[in-house]
Design a protein around this ligand. Structure first.
Ligand code: NAD
Length: 244
């Protein structure tokens, strides 16, 4: 079943875009959902908001403990918080590499570390990481972002192997270009946002961007009992972009 009644979920980066769509869908399927975000005010009731910065271990530990207490445990962890970076290896200074890897990769490590004691108490324990087709597609002008998501993919497989025997499944989704506030911000920065959006749509095999709801549906599936036989995989939601 894809029903999540009686289960609890924690979604990082859950106040916007893919995370918010996921939090809404998990709640719609019956889960009690907490959102962990820099600013959780974007996630309305019945979602429970908790403030944390995934690049700050102490704030993650406190927020995960508060969320677990409010929910009465954690069955589903969605590690979705992430930031972008454009450019080749010549364009980003070391500080920016450290920052993006700190949020995108170590953010997952910190949140999972804090959540594992709670996941171990669950009879339906599952982790879903938001990765990207950038992990494997060899996209131009995305050296740092791709390296961070390549690490997320490898981390997903390693975590799946480490925790399979304790009944904890770990998978990731690989979105293509998704219509979220993040992409909206990039388009708004262009000289002609409407023309840029049309060009971006034109570069998609489907002629349109993937929606946040479509990525949420994949995450909700992987998080559900229907996917009980699936761990250590990446599910692409990219409108055919990566051509895998
Ligand atoms: P978004 O900017 O709309 O939402 C990201 C959320 O994460 C925001 O609410 C933000 O406050 C939160 N966040 C950022 N840094 C944080 C931190 N340090 N601690 C806690 N929360 C933090 O972005 P989105 O497009 O929904 O992206 C979500 C995830 O999906 C990211 O991991 C991103 O890499 C991935 N992704 C996005 C796309 C896309 O095209 N939009 C494609 C592939 C993968």
């Amino acid at each position: 079943t894809t029903d999540l009644c009686g289960l609890t979920a924690l979604v990082t980066g859950g106040a916007s875009g893919i995370g918010l769509a996921t939090a809404h869908l998990l709640a719609e399927r019956g889960a009690d959902v907490a959102v962990l975000d820099l600013d959780p005010s974007g996630a309305p009731a019945p979602l429970r908001g908790f403030t944390a910065d995934v690049s700050d271990d102490r704030s993650v530990r406190l927020a995960v403990a508060d969320a677990a207490e409010a929910l009465g445990g954690i069955d589903i962890l969605v590690n979705n918080a992430g930031i972008g970076a454009a450019g080749t290896v010549e364009d980003n200074p070391d500080e920016q590499w450290h920052r993006v890897l700190d949020v995108n990769v170590l953010g997952i490590v910190r949140t999972t570390r804090a959540a594992l004691p709670h996941l171990r108490h669950s009879s339906h324990a599952v982790v879903v990481n938001t990765c990207s087709i950038a992990a494997t597609a060899g996209l131009p002008q995305r050296a740092l972002y791709s390296a961070s998501k390549g690490a997320v993919l490898a981390l997903t497989l390693a975590m799946a192997a480490d925790h399979v025997r304790e009944g904890i499944r770990v998978n990731c989704v690989n979105p293509g270009t998704v219509d979220t506030p993040w992409v909206g911000r990039l388009l708004d920065a262009a000289d002609d946002p409407a023309a840029e959006r049309a060009a971006l749509n034109g570069r998609q095999p489907t002629g349109r961007l993937v929606t946040a709801e479509e990525v949420a549906a994949a995450i909700a599936y992987l998080a559900s009992p229907a996917a009980a036989g699936t761990t250590g995989t990446a599910l692409a939601v990219d409108g055919g972009m990566a051509g895998l």
